[in-house]
Write a protein that binds this ligand. Structure first.
Ligand code: UD1
Length: 422
């Protein structure tokens, strides 16, 4: 197993190129199941979750090619015949559930292993299933699998999500794309990743009204498969936000390229409150960090609110603030596992339910720490960059799920970080 070894350096500088968004790529790859043609995708990040989903599709019979052209991945689902996503893959990535909507819509049958528990909370999928039932699907749970059938196709209907769900919205939009009639989804997720999925479908023969709003109406094609043109995945706003925190915590001026500042509103605004300023162009962000990091109050919310996927990184940053920060996690019940590791490095944090109180200004010391989930891992890297001595971050397979070439990108701006074998 790999681990990262990090030593403090005085400051970083240079450019970091932001990769395509993992959370946009996953539904976009699943979307290829709705296509009659072979789909060309540019700017897919090189992260484990993408390989997992491509493997899942290959196992079902699709032809996925990432090797012939490093810039373009081709996915051809015309040869896809299997409709069962098995446990061995689903257990490694919950987002595998994204194939349920499109496979059911296209084949009238789909089985997906129940994803099981998750480190950051229960993460049920009841809203996905309830919506598919409303669309006329029969859902049974048999031997750990969701068995969904709709032999006569799915039918459009009115869906009101009790909670805003990102992959739930994506799943139902994809199911509705081939349904008979119109589906209106109320309380839909407005994340940029959902917007890109809707825009591409809208350009591929599925009219979608309300893109970017909380009410989406998908005009189904009654089973007609789509002709999907080549597209490029939007930049990863969470990866970008993570490197902005790297700059802020190490008090280093960094330039992010291939990034879209419009997707980072809440993150930039919190960093501004903490003292950083920015120079922004169409596709770059230069962060000018302040010498004194001000404390902050953060509540995680759905987009366009402050993203839960940036909570751990801001918590690490606030350990270096000049006062007390309050960080409230509203989306997931168990998303503070980085706290005990940061405490081991010397951070002064107290947890009360879903609220963390961080007394800033403590000196962190390097030690062995363990990554527990994807974003918690990056919080430990942030802490390691400014801790005295050496920090070894173990179990970085979590990090590899979602960060493309993290150590190379950090090495390129001067960080002392290496990947080693246990
Ligand atoms: C997605 C992101 C993840 C991010 C999260 C919240 C992907 C691949 N992952 O996860 O990085 O942290 O959004 O922004 O895009 N819920 C239910 N029932 C459901 C579905 C969700 O109760 O059927 C609850 C969840 O437990 C959670 C909340 O709704 O409390 C939001 O979850 P959701 O938006 O579905 O998260 P994911 O789509 O899994």
């Amino acid at each position: 197993m790999d681990y990262l070894q990090i030593n403090r350096v005085n400051s970083l500088n240079g450019k970091i190129k932001i990769s395509g968004a993992k959370n946009a790529s996953l539904p976009l790859i699943a979307m290829t199941i709705l296509a009659k043609n072979s789909v060309k995708i540019k700017n897919l990040p090189h992260v484990a979750d993408i390989n997992t989903l491509l493997k899942l599709l290959s196992n079902l019979g699709a032809e996925c090619d990432r090797k012939s052209n490093p810039e373009i991945t081709t996915v051809d689902t015309s040869s896809l015949t299997q409709t069962k996503a098995t446990y061995d893959i689903v257990k490694t990535m919950r987002a595998s559930i994204l194939v349920l909507g499109p496979i059911l819509a296209r084949f009238g049958h789909c089985e997906v292993s129940l994803p099981g528990g998750c480190a950051i909370g229960q993460r049920p999928i009841d809203l996905h299933l309830k919506a598919l039932e409303q669309m006329g699907a029969t859902i049974d749970i048999k031997a750990g699998y969701i068995v969904a059938t709709a032999p006569d196709g799915l039918k459009g209907c009115q869906i009101i999500f009790d909670k805003i769900t990102v992959t739930g919205t994506a799943n139902i939009v994809m199911a509705a794309a081939l349904a008979n009639g119109n589906t209106t989804i109320t309380n839909a997720a407005r994340e940029p990743e959902v917007v890109q999925l809707c825009e591409i479908l809208n350009n591929s023969g599925v009219k979608i009204d309300g893109i970017g709003t909380a009410v989406l109406t998908v005009h189904g094609t009654s089973g007609k498969l789509l002709d999907i043109n080549e597209f490029s995945v939007i930049p990863d706003r969470i990866e970008a936000g993570t490197y902005l925190c790297v700059a802020a915590i190490s008090k280093s001026e960094l330039i992010l390229t291939d990034v879209d500042a419009k997707h980072l509103g809440a993150v930039l605004s919190k960093l501004e409150e903490m003292g950083s300023t920015f120079t922004i162009t169409d596709d770059t962000i230069t962060i000018h960090p302040s010498d004194i990091i001000k404390p902050v109050k953060i509540v995680t919310q759905e987009y366009p609110g402050f993203p839960t996927d940036m909570q751990a990184q801001f918590l690490a940053l606030s350990t270096q603030a000049s006062g007390t920060s309050i960080i409230e996690e509203r989306l997931f019940e168990n998303r503070f596992m980085h706290v005990s590791e940061l405490q081991r490095m010397g951070a002064d944090i107290s947890l009360n339910g879903h609220v963390a109180t961080v007394n800033g200004g403590t000196k962190l010391s390097g030690t062995d720490v363990m990554a527990t989930d994807l974003r918690a891992s990056s919080a430990l890297v942030l802490a390691g960059l400014i801790a005295d001595g050496t920090t070894d971050v173990h179990r970085i397979y979590h990090l590899d799920r979602g960060y493309d070439s993290l150590e190379e990108k950090l090495q390129n701006v001067g960080a002392d970080i290496v990947r080693l074998k246990e």
